[in-house]
Design a protein around this ligand. Structure first.
Ligand SMILES: Nc1ncnc2c1ncn2[C@@H]1O[C@H](COP(=O)(O)OP(=O)(O)OP(=O)(O)O)[C@@H](O)[C@H]1O
Ligand SMILES: [Mg+2]
Length: 248
């Protein structure tokens, strides 16, 4: 892999993935994938359709078992933990396609976000108030079915649901999918606000330019391998994107 990054970062990474090999049964997808995400960093993972971006997020969040390699979060090995234990440690994953309960109300979906957190009522209330302040449009329509929200509102609800678990790292899989450009602006704004609040982000995006605008670092994935990484400026100045998306 070509590491074209020149930015030294001294603190140990919050998320450290090394030589990850993973797939679906006999079908191998990821081969020796290594990435680092530091506190308060937005790290984007770019790559064409089928490159393995969603597979990488699923492996990190414990939805898919790793065949080989290491995954450490906050200095601890999480490669063999179950998905709920990983969530408990503050690593949250908003999956591709916003997996909401479409017939359930906004509030019911938020309550499901708190499910399993084992908090007292007062703390639940405090966290709900916090996310409803962050996403006023959800506060305005608490009883509407999630499926009746616009695409952008559904994305905000899916993010809000994850935020209720106070993530240290939030992984977002194509949050802009199907959204109008002005709504994509709002999603990117939420992502940069979260970083300012101290949350690290892994952002998988098809909108390469938009992702590079907000990211601190980018990895480029092709056929299950990282073919390069660097700052957005370094990625812009390289042929990596052309390689990854056009295969040239
Ligand atoms: N459930 C599954 N069973 C078998 N193979 C799968 C499964 N999900 C994905 N794959 C395969 O794994 C490879 C990587 O898929 P993945 O969904 O990780 O790609 P991606 O980079 O997220 O693509 P996209 O941009 O289209 O979302 C593809 O070849 C895909 O066909
Ligand atoms: Mg995907």
């Amino acid at each position: 892999m070509t590491d074209i990054s020149h930015t030294p970062v001294s603190a140990p990474p919050l998320l450290r993935v090394r030589d990850l090999v993973c797939g679906y049964g006999p079908i191998g997808v990821l081969e020796q994938v290594s990435i680092d995400v530091h506190e308060r960093q937005i790290v984007t993972v770019l790559g064409g359709n089928g490159a393995g971006k969603s597979t990488l997020l699923k492996a990190i969040s414990g939805l898919l078992p790793a065949t080989a390699g290491q995954i450490e979060f906050a200095g601890q090995d999480i490669a063999n933990l179950g998905a709920t234990q990983i969530v408990d440690r503050g690593l949250l994953h908003v999956a591709e396609g916003r997996r909401l309960f479409r017939t359930q109300s906004v509030m019911a979906n938020l309550d499901l976000g708190l499910y399993g957190a084992k908090l007292g009522r007062a703390e639940e209330r405090r966290r709900l108030d916090e996310v409803l302040t962050m996403f006023p449009m959800l506060a305005e329509r608490p009883n509407i079915a999630a499926g009746a929200l616009s695409g952008g509102q559904q994305q905000m609800l899916a993010i809000a649901q994850a935020l209720l678990r106070t993530p240290r790292l939030l992984m977002l899989d194509e949050p802009s999918l199907g959204l109008a450009p002005i709504i994509v602006d709002q999603v990117m704004d939420v992502i940069t606000r979260l970083r300012a609040q101290g949350c690290a982000i892994v952002l998988v995006e098809q909108l390469v330019e938009r992702a590079l605008e907000v990211a601190d670092k980018a990895y480029v994935l092709q056929n299950g391998r990282i073919i390069g990484s660097g700052t957005p400026a370094e990625i812009h100045g390289s042929d990596l994107i052309k390689h990854a998306y056009l295969g040239v």
